[in-house]
Design a protein around this ligand. Structure first.
Ligand code: FES
Length: 167
């Protein structure tokens, strides 16, 4: 079962970030980048504490966080799978790919697995229509995707990252 809830976050992790940018002018964007590096996204409590510490209106912090596509306001997984559902991919079976991902990981579009490993997103044309159906996994383009290959690739990606962390 997936979730898009904002889990409780440890705000103390932001202390060294505020310390680092204490003397710097206009540190909002680098602080948001650091915060996202720590939490993987920008939780509401973190945006609030940033506004408070910088003395900037919360609306401005949200304005910046939503203006730049690099920032995410929802929790995201360590790995991001994007399935293209543009016309070419749609007719070549994106729905089947989505179904197997849902069966395997229990998450639908815009959701993240509860273990925080995988976020699934739908996009509309990745510019590689000749390779339909197309998916990207952590930014890597995978064309002519078949359900079993897709599941295998996602499993492999998650497992290899876990091995690298354990090593
Ligand atoms: S429609 Fe999927 S890559 Fe163009």
């Amino acid at each position: 079962m997936g979730t898009t809830d904002n889990a409780a976050v440890d705000l103390c992790l932001m202390d060294p970030v505020f310390e680092k940018y204490r003397e710097q002018k206009g540190p909002l964007i680098p602080i948001l980048q650091r915060a996202q590096g720590i939490y993987g996204y920008l939780p509401p409590d973190v945006l609030q504490i940033i506004a408070g510490r910088l003395g900037v209106p919360l609306g401005k912090v949200y304005g910046v966080a939503t203006f730049y596509s690099q920032f995410y306001l929802e929790r995201r997984g360590k790995h991001v799978l994007r399935l293209c559902d543009g016309t070419a991919c749609h007719v070549k079976g994106t729905a089947i790919l989505m179904t197997v991902v849902q069966e395997e990981y229990g998450v639908g579009p815009g959701e993240t697995t509860e273990d925080g490993e995988l976020t699934v997103e739908i996009v509309y044309c990745l510019g590689s229509c000749a390779l339909a159906p197309v998916a990207t996994l952590d930014g890597q383009v995978m064309g002519r995707m078949r359900p079993e290959t897709l599941v295998r690739q996602v499993r492999k990606q998650i497992a290899s990252a876990q091995r690298a962390t354990d090593a």
